[in-house]
Design a protein around this ligand. Structure first.
Ligand SMILES: [Zn+2]
Ligand SMILES: [Zn+2]
Ligand SMILES: [Zn+2]
Length: 224
């Protein structure tokens, strides 16, 4: 019994650690955890090598969905698994693949697959998303360019987590940076050390104290 399934696309992959041939790189059941920003919430993984890639093409497989999911599970666990392991993955896959059209390209985002270039408005497993098109399906997307649109702060916002603010000026979602611990202790009062501060306010404090501005390590830029 045939089914619709997804395999690695032959075209450009913004991020791909999988070197398998597209025909052997079928998508695995999503392994999304509570850290979707690491990629587990927006990349596919390959059933063959288990490594991540970004864009997949819908195909008609000669196998049934149950056969494909069972094979994926057995390869993952290196043994046959009981129905209570297979069934949730089978159901999730059936839901994910319900609307795919053979020959079209898709990316994964938060429990669902989305056609490349098509508007996204949906509530996923972790948060709510609204994009004119999937950022990781855009031509020219790179790991660097996706750190803002699909980075940690994006996901926390999508999940409706309270926004980060600078404790000094109240700026929302200040760009995150790190400085050596001893500098943090030197310039930031003990009661504020677990808070966030924007780089501008941090500079002001250092200047005010007459200290030496440490070289920051930037975490990533937050796209607004
Ligand atoms: Zn993760
Ligand atoms: Zn692979
Ligand atoms: Zn500030």
């Amino acid at each position: 019994m045939r089914c619709l399934y997804l395999k690695k696309a032959t075209g450009p992959q913004p991020i791909s650690f999988c070197d398998c041939l597209p025909d052997e790189a079928l998508i695995a059941s999503p392994g999304q955890l509570n850290c979707p920003w690491c990629g587990c919430g927006w990349l596919f993984s390959c059933t063959h090598c288990r490594k991540a890639f970004t864009v997949a093409t819908a195909i008609e497989s000669p196998f049934s969905l149950r056969e494909l999911v069972t094979a994926d599970v057995e390869r993952y666990y290196k043994s046959t698994q009981a129905e209570d392991v297979v069934l949730p993955r089978l159901n999730r896959m059936a839901f994910m693949l319900k609307h795919v059209v053979p020959g079209r390209n898709y990316v994964y985002l938060d429990g669902a697959v989305h056609e490349v270039g098509v508007e996204i408005n949906f509530a996923g497993e972790y948060g709510s998303h609204s994009f004119r098109q999937a950022p990781h399906g855009e031509p020219g997307a790179t790991y660097e360019s996706l750190r803002g649109p699909l980075g940690r702060d994006y996901w926390l916002r999508a999940a409706g987590k309270p926004p980060n603010t600078c404790y000094s000026c109240g700026e929302l979602w200040p760009e995150m940076f790190m400085v050596p611990n001893e500098d943090w202790k030197k310039y930031i009062p003990a009661s504020k050390r677990d808070k966030m501060i924007c780089w501008g306010c941090f500079q002001q404090i250092v200047n005010h104290v007459g200290g030496r501005l440490p070289k920051p390590r930037w975490i990533h830029k937050v796209a607004q």
